[in-house]
Ligand binder design. Structure first.
Ligand SMILES: Cc1cc2nc3c(=O)[nH]c(=O)nc-3n(C[C@H](O)[C@H](O)[C@H](O)COP(=O)(O)OP(=O)(O)OC[C@H]3O[C@@H](n4cnc5c(N)ncnc54)[C@H](O)[C@@H]3O)c2cc1C
Length: 412
């Protein structure tokens, strides 16, 4: 792969920069790289994110990779990366549309009818509607197909009962993608059906969860006799697992490897500014050794990411690099955040954006990265994927395969 822009890419980059310069402020020297790990969302942040999305949509800079027929730009993966690189240099609102655009949009485009696409895609693109993902349950996360919320047919409607958890952004969402059990007599992967639910429907209760990093982005969501019209079903009855796989594949691709790798230059910058024994920390050999170690891993991740990009740009499906990138990237991000706090000495314990060094970015990241090691596949689940699909080791034993879901022991 040639790392320099082609003339077309350089022209595209300058178009991106020109629009961003006219519409956003450049980042200050020490503001965060925008890996999202420090950001907290509240109603004001959501409104700012919606306004920014609308502005981009009006100018043709929203959802770049979406096909033109859906209002996107039909951009290539490389163009999308260039846009991301340029946007990261500007101070733009935290993004509340990660799930909407990264997972819900692609799933509706793949499995929705023409009417469904017409109804839902435009509001996603213009930022009018925020969406959330209602998959995980208290007893079904890594083993998502073990979920227990139910859908029972009643005329033209379905009646939904049960509980979801860890639903990011449910309190701001207008629509949600929901997978529930419609047939308890079928084996667990076969009795699921996938719906789009109006988050303002009667019988839905959203309870925010207070997180370790101070944020309240997660929620518990309770469904009590919630009615969903059959017109809101995506794909066939009982085909919910296949639709979920589309969402999950897009989820892993949109989480990617970013986080860890993007903070290395900020960490080096911090080591130049912080003093230890009257000298910049970066002059200490122990600090240099740690930074070198991080830098090697970050570069490895960068080039692994570029392999994914090369595969995409050649029209191939990326291999297991995405799992590898997330596994290594999230751990690296957490380790670098810990070192950033260590460099700050006593101030490392100050987690207050108004008081801490660099707005306590390192502290927020340290508390945020464990979440990234869980969301979209935990470290252990990713290791299972790598062991089975890359190393060809024997798969896990699955005792519930082909057993009707109602006959799987649950302890209840
Ligand atoms: C930041 C963040 C955002 C999220 N947003 C959403 C959202 O918007 N919507 C949504 O539906 N969910 C969301 N989730 C939930 C997420 O999908 C689940 O937390 C995740 O799938 C893990 O499930 P669990 O929490 O039930 O843990 P479990 O699956 O119960 O895992 C517990 C532990 O057991 C280990 N384990 C489980 N199975 C295996 C195995 N087969 N082999 C080895 N070890 C195993 C895990 O690695 C983990 O350490 C979010 C989570 C986070 C952290």
């Amino acid at each position: 792969m040639d790392f320099n822009d082609t003339p077309e890419e350089a022209a595209f980059r300058s178009d991106c920069r020109a629009w961003l310069e006219a519409n956003a402020k450049p980042k200050s020297d020490h503001s965060s790289a925008g890996d999202g790990m420090g950001a907290h969302l509240d109603t004001d942040a959501v409104e700012a994110s919606k306004a920014w999305q609308k502005k981009k949509a009006d100018a043709g800079w929203a959802c770049l990779r979406w096909p033109k027929e859906y209002g996107g730009r039909g951009a290539t993966s490389i163009q999308n990366v260039i846009w991301g690189q340029e946007q990261a240099k500007f101070d733009t609102p935290a993004d509340v549309f990660g799930i909407t655009h990264g997972m819900c949009g692609p799933t509706v485009m793949t499995h929705g009818t023409d009417e469904q696409k017409e109804k839902w895609i435009p509001g996603m693109l213009t930022g009018e509607n925020v969406w959330c993902q209602l998959f995980s349950e208290p007893a079904a996360g890594s083993d998502l197909a073990g979920l227990r919320s139910t859908a029972v047919r009643d005329g033209d409607d379905w009646i939904i009962n049960g509980q979801k958890i860890w639903t990011t952004g449910a309190q701001w969402a207008d629509w949600g993608i929901l997978v529930v059990r419609s047939d308890p007599n079928a084996p667990k992967h076969k009795g699921l059906t996938y719906f789009v639910v109006d988050m303002h429907a009667a019988g839905i209760e959203v309870r925010p969860i207070h997180q370790i990093n101070g944020g309240r982005e997660f929620n518990e969501v309770f469904f009590s006799d919630v009615r969903i019209p059959d017109a809101n079903r995506l794909d066939e009855i009982g085909n919910g697992w296949m639709v979920s796989l589309t969402t999950l594949m897009n989820e892993r691709a949109s989480i990617g490897a970013g986080g860890g790798a993007s903070a290395i230059s900020e960490l080096i910058d911090l080591a130049k500014r912080i003093e230890i024994d009257g000298k910049p920390a970066i002059e200490q050999s122990a600090v240099q050794e740690r930074l070198a170690d991080f830098l090697v891993k970050a570069r490895g991740l960068r080039y692994t990411g570029l392999r994914t990009l090369t595969a995409l740009s050649q029209g191939k499906t990326p291999g297991p690099e995405a799992s590898l990138g997330k596994l290594v990237g999230a751990v690296l991000g957490q380790d670098m955040a810990a070192f950033g706090m260590e460099l700050q000495g006593m101030c490392g314990g100050v987690n207050d954006p108004g008081l801490g060094i660099d707005g306590s970015t390192w502290q927020s990241r340290y508390l945020g990265f464990p979440g990234l090691r869980i969301a979209g596949g935990t470290d252990e689940v990713l290791r299972n994927i790598i062991s089975e699909r890359v190393l060809g080791l024997p798969p896990e034993i699955r005792v519930d395969k082909n057993v009707p879901f109602k006959d799987i022991p649950s302890g209840n």
